[in-house]
Design a protein around this ligand. Structure first.
Ligand SMILES: *[C@@H]1O[C@H](CO)[C@@H](O)[C@H](O)[C@H]1NC(C)=O
Ligand SMILES: *[C@@H]1O[C@H](CO)[C@@H](O)[C@H](O)[C@H]1NC(C)=O
Ligand SMILES: *[C@@H]1O[C@H](CO)[C@@H](O)[C@H](O)[C@H]1NC(C)=O
Length: 308
């Protein structure tokens, strides 16, 4: 057999099961504070905003943030905000003069306090332009504000920062985005009741599809994944006595009435004697909705997490 086939299979498997999620990149869009600025124009704090205009050149140049000329013996800071919150996986600081001076990076946490995510004891002097991307852990909180400290005292000269960029996602890992929601599709076979509990344990809930649009996007995704597994979601019938039932989306103590009909033909078919009060995307009917017994292990499940 051609030795390349297993390799290709591996690559294919990786690509199809790994959620290929294009991360979002954002440039700083607002300066919220700074220690000093060289002037209020060409070398002002605001010059860090937007994409680089000096990088990859290494030069003392207008279009960057530089500090006050008589205070180059100390650590300076700048605080910047981004257009929206992201679960950040990468930070890029574009240094275009006396690179290597970043000694601390902090982010605002949920309580509005600065938390350090990078720090070194000493600045270095690197005489070339640098896109500085320090090792950071993936954030478990969404972030839209950074504080950067630069130590000018080693170079005893201006430290020029051209731009600041964050790279991240709208959904916290391992959840991924479909439409405007964050989901996690699990293939292990469980009952609907177990699925309900498992989603809670990871900080989410069994997925709600309040609109037909959300349902269609997920259905399309499941058809493409082609796992042949049915998946439980967070719909429940709360009235067996009623013809067709009374289906609700359950989320954190609220029950939203299901406002559209997306069941397969002949469904729902549960009865008072043979109850099927839990909802699943049913593989055998091209992922139309199906009512299923809540206690029988016969599906994977889809969790959702409240997005920002
Ligand atoms: C801006 O920074 C200065 C100097 O550290 C500080 O005194 C001031 O409180 C800061 N302003 C805001 C709004 O955070
Ligand atoms: C769940 O509901 C409670 C009370 O209504 C609320 O305080 C809490 O923030 C909600 N949790 C989520 C994840 O929406
Ligand atoms: C409902 O229909 C499904 C086939 O789609 C079948 O497997 C199930 O046994 C039926 N349930 C009842 C209570 O008749």
């Amino acid at each position: 057999m051609n030795a390349r086939i297993p390799l290709l299979l591996c690559v294919w498997t990786f690509l199809s099961f790994q959620e290929i999620q294009a991360s979002i990149r954002l440039w700083a869009s607002e300066v919220t504070n700074f220690s000093t600025q060289h002037n209020s124009g060409s070398h002002s704090a605001k010059q860090v905003l937007g994409k680089p205009n000096v990088y990859p050149r290494y030069t003392e140049s207008p279009g960057t943030w530089a500090q006050l000329g008589n205070q180059l013996d100390r650590v300076h800071f700048i605080e910047v905000k981004f257009p929206r919150k992201l679960y950040v996986s990468k930070i890029n600081i574009y240094e275009t003069y006396n690179a290597g001076a970043v000694v601390k990076i902090s982010v605002k946490d949920g309580q509005n306090q600065w938390v350090d995510i990078f720090s070194v004891n000493h600045a270095r002097i690197i005489r070339r332009a640098r896109k500085f991307s320090p090792q950071i852990k993936r954030f478990i909180i969404p972030v839209d504000e950074l504080r950067i400290e630069v130590d000018c005292s080693v170079a005893r000269d201006y430290v020029e920062i051209d731009a600041v960029e964050i790279v991240g996602d709208i959904c916290p890992s391992p959840f991924f985005q479909i439409g405007n929601s964050c989901y996690l599709i699990k293939k292990d076979t469980v009952s609907a009741d177990e699925a309900f509990a498992r989603c809670l344990l990871i900080g989410g809930y069994l997925a709600n599809f309040e609109t037909l649009e959300e349902t269609m996007l997920m259905k399309d995704k499941l058809i493409k994944m082609s796992t042949k597994i049915s998946y439980f979601v967070g719909g429940r019938n709360i009235n067996r006595k009623k013809q067709g039932g009374d289906w609700r989306w359950i989320k954190n103590g609220t029950m939203t009435q299901m406002k559209y009909f997306a069941f397969g033909t002949g469904e729902p078919n549960g009865t008072d004697q043979s109850p099927e009060d839990c909802l699943m995307f049913y593989a055998a009917k091209a992922y139309a909705f199906n009512d299923a017994n809540c206690r029988i292990k016969n599906g994977g499940y889809i969790c959702e997490i409240q997005n920002m």
